[in-house]
Design a protein around this ligand. Structure first.
Ligand code: GDP
Length: 483
């Protein structure tokens, strides 16, 4: 996926006296030369490695492949409000950190590391401290991919609720595997079987019933079966083969940032590749600086942090934004240059989001269909987020849309839920290039401007057939531009 035109590359080859005839395969050295000119990384096309790298979202480059080592999984807890996310996080933090470092007080740095016993061996894993899909979605909307596995908490006395659905939609859209924790089994009125039935009815079949979704019944309050849950999570992690190369300059994501009166700008990073060291020069988004001090999740000063490890960093000139990528560079000059380039890029992105360039809208879909240019535009699939007034409307709208002929464009429902359009829906739309359809719901003014800034189309309807007509026309390339 190069942002460079074919013609431009051909031109550059011609200027060097190389005349590709359009079908011949280019010599490897020539490819490397061209890529160098355009500052594009070359990957030797070992298909297995390439696929592996694609799966790992390009955190690695060629040099890393020989030096990869296992890294701990990074987990996020999601689920409906009051289903026990915070209680579970607290229980795990208290019980597991105490194991290793009795008496240490955890500092809120956005994530913490715990040790889990698997097959008699202690293994580390890392929990992000902000539960819920809002934080997860906001990070993804910025392009960050930090979480390896999601734990979705469902209360056994309540079952699937709107935010349960949203959490599942976010995890699925991100392609992140999840484990379900059926919580509060200690409570009167708890009915874990019923929850499992509900989950199977939306296509999540428990492993115990022959399906492929791991589910563990727990009481976060009492700590019952939490060890089982963690062990299950670690087994899922093992299948993921999570790796990184500790032996290189660090790269990763900002998970939290703020301003401290005595320390100045503070940021918490999760290192995703390499090792971050005191004295390194980092750049993250528009902020940069030399790392003056590093703190771990117990507030201890440390000298370095390797892959998956959360660390608080002091020394930046500015407060970065959660979800920004950080990287270590060679000098402050390089860092300053990159930070400025990033600021410039952000300005341009904001402008193009406002002007609608590259935005996924029904009209852009319609014009792509009528021009026969679907494949190049990622538009052969229309990703839909559907927000409706009542549970019953979900089926009605979905069925009406699903019967539309999908020759050119297939419809994919990322999320169907009741309630007004929220910023978290917008984040999901940004991260997954989706359009939001609202049926007899509203969009708050603040959400509306958020969507406009992010370049997300929100279409509100009060009559089903108007919604269906618009989608059908767009899919057939016939939609008249509105506005
Ligand atoms: P969150 O909104 O998902 O973070 O939910 P909380 O962790 O704040 O929990 C909401 C309420 O449920 C609190 O009063 C908890 O004490 C209670 N709770 C959480 N887990 C359990 C559990 O396993 N058993 C019981 N009986 N109560 C629980």
């Amino acid at each position: 996926n190069l942002a460079i035109g074919e013609g431009e590359i051909l031109g550059s080859l011609y200027s060097k006296g190389i005349k590709p005839d359009g079908v011949q395969t280019l010599d490897k050295d020539i490819v490397k030369m061209v890529c160098k000119e355009y500052e594009v990384e070359v990957i030797d096309a070992d298909p297995v490695k390439v696929e592996e790298m694609a799966k790992k979202k390009e955190i690695f480059d060629e040099d890393d492949l020989d030096k990869l080592q296992d890294r701990p999984p990074v987990l996020t807890i999601m689920g409906h409000v009051d289903h026990g996310k915070t209680t579970l996080l607290d229980y795990i933090r208290k019980s597991k950190i105490a194991d290793a470092e009795a008496g240490s007080i955890t500092q809120g740095i956005g994530a913490y590391k715990v040790s889990v016993t698997v097959d008699g061996k202690l293994q580390p894993c890392v929990f992000l401290d902000t539960p819920g899909h809002e934080a997860f979605g906001a990070m993804r909307a910025r392009g960050a991919r930090v979480t390896d596995i999601v734990v979705i908490v469902v209360a056994a006395d309540d079952g699937i609720r709107p935010q349960t659905n949203e959490a599942i939609a976010h995890a699925k859209a991100a392609g992140v595997p999840f484990v379900i924790a059926i919580n509060k089994i200690d409570k009167d009125g708890a009915n874990p079987e019923r929850v499992m039935q509900e989950l199977s009815s939306i296509g999540l079949m428990p492993e115990d019933w022959g399906g492929d979704i791991p589910m563990v019944q727990i009481s976060a309050l009492k700590g019952q079966n939490v060890d089982d849950l963690l062990e299950t999570v670690m087994l899922v992690a093992e299948l993921q083969e999570l790796k990184a190369n500790p032996d290189r300059n660090a790269k990763g994501t900002v998970i939290e940032a703020g301003f401290d009166k005595s320390k100045g700008p503070v940021a918490s990073f999760i290192v995703q590749n390499g090792t971050l060291k005191r004295g390194d020069v980092v750049v993250c988004g528009e902020a940069f600086g030399k790392v003056r001090a590093l703190f771990d999740d117990s507030g201890n000063r440390i000298d370095e942090a390797g892959p998956s490890i959360p660390v608080q960093v002091i020394g930046l000139n500015n407060v970065p934004v959660a979800g920004d990528e950080f990287e270590v560079v060679d000098s402050l000059d390089v860092a300053r240059e990159k930070a400025e380039a990033c600021a410039e890029l952000l300005r341009n992105e904001r402008m193009s989001a406002k002007s609608g360039d590259g935005k996924v809208t029904l009209s852009s879909l319609a014009s792509a269909v009528s021009a026969g240019k679907l494949s190049g535009l990622d538009l052969h699939q229309l990703n839909i987020i559907l927000k409706v007034d009542l549970q019953g409307s979900i089926e009605a709208v979905r069925q009406a849309l699903q019967v539309l002929p999908q020759y050119n464009v297939t419809l994919k429902f990322l999320l169907e839920a009741t309630g007004d359009v929220s910023t978290s829906d917008v984040d999901l739309a940004v991260a997954s290039k989706a359009i939001i359809f609202g049926f007899i719901v509203e969009t708050l003014g603040s959400v509306k401007s958020y969507a406009e800034n992010k370049g997300v189309e929100v279409r509100l309807y009060r009559i089903i057939y108007e919604l269906v007509d618009d989608v059908r026309n767009a899919m057939e390339g016939l939609l008249e531009p509105v506005e």
